[in-house]
Design a protein around this ligand. Structure first.
Ligand code: URA
Length: 438
């Protein structure tokens, strides 16, 4: 029998730059799950990992141990390929809301467990909860039943899924250890791979509004995510996408749901659809229901043209307790009391729209949260946002602010006026789809 592993020995090994064995990693993850390691010991090892890094084998081992710290959903009874996507988070990124039903309409099940917004990025769950009655807290049995019935379910993380991540993420948040590639990798993948999926596509964002703004770092994260998931037997690809300006023309929960419904009706903004198709194509290719990118694209386009994706969305909303009538009447979504246009003082071209500046304005309006326990106002945000390169006439609107509070409105107006620059020459947006990895 191997000798007992003391937390202090494991911490010291990583502190000195050693690679941890699978047994040492399992001891750490068990310690986080059952409380047998003290918070200061967990935090010390997190910091040692942050400073010393991990080999690809250690990262895969940590991911696997964290994934198995709770239930791993068994969806083998579902006679369809099962694919999911994950975005590292952006501003105005509502792609999951309409892409999941598009993929389901193409015959691939989408078991999607999502998160809430924290800081400047929005969360899929908050967006869905703006639909009156929508329940994100399905039990695992309800989740399975919903997948059987309509081929897609979008729910929140349950206490049974990857509990080690919940503990470790809370500690990372307060110990300066969030920005570590192996820790981010294990955190994201342990939750995603516990869903019971066959294949995964990641949207790794870079640019001003991204969680990891520097492209070189974001690419490093994409490579590590693909390597760890592939090592665990899950075919995975990452699409690197630019996040300089917000995606689409809306930022804010109910406003983004309405824009996603527009996407399903064939009226989606060009940039949002470009990202949607790029990720959707990879999902259908990996799931094996399309042989070429062009064939995948044709299937996705048909799901919109024939209305099958919209019907999947309606089935998901009503199957999860929501008001399916929002599909035909988006006006049933929460509406803000004040709707005020942002008016251009001069004619010109949009030179830049700072995604981070817009996100902070939306946060000030109440669309997001600074702390995990904060409530969100589903109705507020910004709509009809101008895009980089567009011409604006003097006195014409380049966005509409939706607010429920006069002082927040005034601050958001000032923040947006700074975030959106209008000048004599048109700005050029960076290429949206940068690279597919894997
Ligand atoms: N998202 C996660 O779920 N975990 C991280 O560590 C970072 C982003």
């Amino acid at each position: 029998m191997s000798p007992a592993l003391f937390p202090q020995q494991i911490i010291a090994r990583k502190r000195d730059g050693g690679a941890l064995t699978p047994a040492e990693i399992q001891s750490f993850v068990r310690g986080a799950t059952d409380g047998s390691w003290a918070d200061y010991q967990l935090s010390a090892l997190l910091m040692a990992i942050f400073l010393r890094g991990m080999t690809p084998e250690e990262t895969a081992g940590l991911t696997s141990a964290m994934m198995h710290s709770g239930i791993v959903a068994d969806l083998s009874g579902l006679r369809k390929p099962k694919a999911d996507k994950h975005s590292t988070g952006g501003v105005g990124d509502k792609v999951s809301l309409h892409l999941a039903p598009m993929i389901a309409a193409c015959g691939v099940a989408v078991p999607m467990i999502s998160g809430r917004g924290l800081g400047h990025t929005g969360g899929t769950l908050d967006k869905l909860e703006s639909i009156p009655g929508f329940r994100v807290n399905l039990s695992l049995a309800e989740y399975r039943a919903q997948l059987e019935k309509s081929g897609l379910a979008l729910i929140g993380q349950t206490a049974e899924l990857a509990p080690a991540d919940k503990k470790l993420y809370a500690l990372r948040d307060v110990t300066g250890t969030v920005e570590s590639i192996p820790l981010i990798c294990a955190s994201i993948l342990s939750k995603k791979l516990a869903e019971g999926i066959d294949v995964l596509v990641l949207d790794v964002k870079f640019g001003r509004g991204a969680f990891m703004p520097e492209k070189v770092k974001a690419r490093e994260l994409a490579l590590a995510l693909v390597a760890a998931a592939t090592a665990m037997g899950k075919p995975t690809r990452a699409v690197m996408t630019a996040m300089e300006q917000p995606l689409g023309r809306t930022v804010g929960n109910a406003l983004e749901v309405a824009e996603s419904i527009d996407c399903l009706k064939g009226r989606g903004p060009v940039d949002t659809m470009e990202v949607t198709y790029a990720i959707g194509e990879q999902m259908l290719l990996l799931a094996g229901v399309a042989k070429t990118k062009a064939a995948a694209r044709a299937q996705l386009e048909a799901s919109i043209a024939q209305g099958t994706a919209l019907e999947k969305f309606r089935a998901m909303v009503s199957g999860q307790g929501g008001d399916g009538r929002v599909v035909d009447k988006p006006g049933r979504l929460p509406q803000a009391r004040l709707k005020v246009p942002l008016v251009a003082a001069r004619a010109g071209f949009v030179q830049s729209v700072d995604a981070m500046g817009v996100a902070l304005a939306a946060l000030r309006l109440g669309a997001g949260r600074a702390k995990a326990a904060d409530p969100v106002d589903h109705a507020v945000g910004v709509s009809e946002l101008a895009k980089v390169g567009e011409r604006i006439e003097a006195g014409a609107p380049f966005g509409v602010i939706h607010a429920n509070d006069e002082s927040a409105l005034a601050e958001a107006q000032a923040m947006l006026a700074k975030a959106i620059v209008i000048g004599d020459t048109a700005g050029v947006a960076p290429k949206l789809i940068d690279e597919v990895i894997g």
